[in-house]
Ligand binder design. Sequence first.
Ligand SMILES: [Zn+2]
Ligand SMILES: [Zn+2]
Ligand SMILES: [Zn+2]
Ligand SMILES: [Zn+2]
Ligand SMILES: [Zn+2]
Ligand SMILES: [Zn+2]
Length: 387
Amino acid sequence: MANTPSAIFTILSNDLLLSIAPYLHPKDISALSLTNKLINNLLTSAQGVYRHIDLSPEKKRFQDVEKLVSPTILSATRTLVLDFTLVAVAQLESIVHSSNITLLSIRGCKGIDERTLMAHFSPERSTKLKGVYYFTDPAPTTSRFVRKSATKFPNEWALVISNRRDVCFDTRLCRGSKHQIDEVGSTEPRISEIKLEGGCSGCGIYPTSKGLPNVLVAPAPLHSSTIRVACRGADGKPIADALRCEMCVRERWCEGCGKWWCESCAADKKRVTRPCLECGFQCGECIAAATLFCQSCKSGYCTTHNEGADDVKCEWCKASPAPRGASSTASNAFLTSAAISHYAMLRQTRPANTFVKSHAGASYRAGMGGGNFRNETIARRRALMNN
Ligand SMILES: [Zn+2]
Ligand SMILES: [Zn+2]
Ligand SMILES: [Zn+2]
Ligand SMILES: [Zn+2]
Ligand SMILES: [Zn+2]
Ligand SMILES: [Zn+2]
């Protein structure tokens, strides 16, 4: 090794540094450059050590990005990941309009006003940005790939995105038939929130993949800052026509396991129902897996959200000394009418309490929150609220 020409050594080290740099915090790169003269020379001469900067591990402390990265470093950066950091108004302004950054990831950032962000992407404002990650959930547990809390303006964003063809986002306009204009009119354009995985559970048809607008595949790639690479999935291909808004997949997509049915397979038959408001629309298998039948009142209950229930009794019967009468309307008071009929149907096929722990049941919770019913009074109050 002693005789290895130093030029080769430099090239090899350069490559090595460039491939590990995206994993390092800028502070670590600076620290590394102080360790020895050779490394220092390499780092200061290497083009691109600061190409990809990821500050998101700081998420727990919501640190100020300005204090972490100097303007000199930023001018050499092409991919900047700020997920879950605190982004100041002025900082966002300068990143969007006067930096060299191509790919910007600002998912779950504090300090970003959505209206202001949308205004930055109005057609008359110039930017070098080619891709912005804003909507996607970094750790999705269902095929809902856009975080529920990501945006309050799914329709307004659709307009921003359609007017800004030179910038890609991590979702695209829903191409579902509900938005196509016909005699009946159409629903407003809206961004996609759901990714239909695989093929239709009915006929097996797969979404097409030709001639679609670009969409970023999160997260930002480590070893390239080009939009072409950023829009390719793990399989090397762009995302097929599988992105839809919540309205377009209603009653044909299961929020539990992600199974879906194409529009013609769902045309004459509801494929999913919502017996538990908090579980959302689910297929029969997912509902069966999360449902038990109370041995006292014989009604069904969701084991994920009936927190006061046990394996034998529903939360109502457990809290109340007397069982709910099978005929009284109060017996199913906290279930929707769709739920009651669905449970009645299930009861015919599953007479015993064959409880299967739901793989999906625990992975999502809607905003209502299942309460523990400590006593009958609370149970009654909830019953009244839901009627
Ligand atoms: Zn602006
Ligand atoms: Zn189908
Ligand atoms: Zn739609
Ligand atoms: Zn399912
Ligand atoms: Zn539930
Ligand atoms: Zn009961």
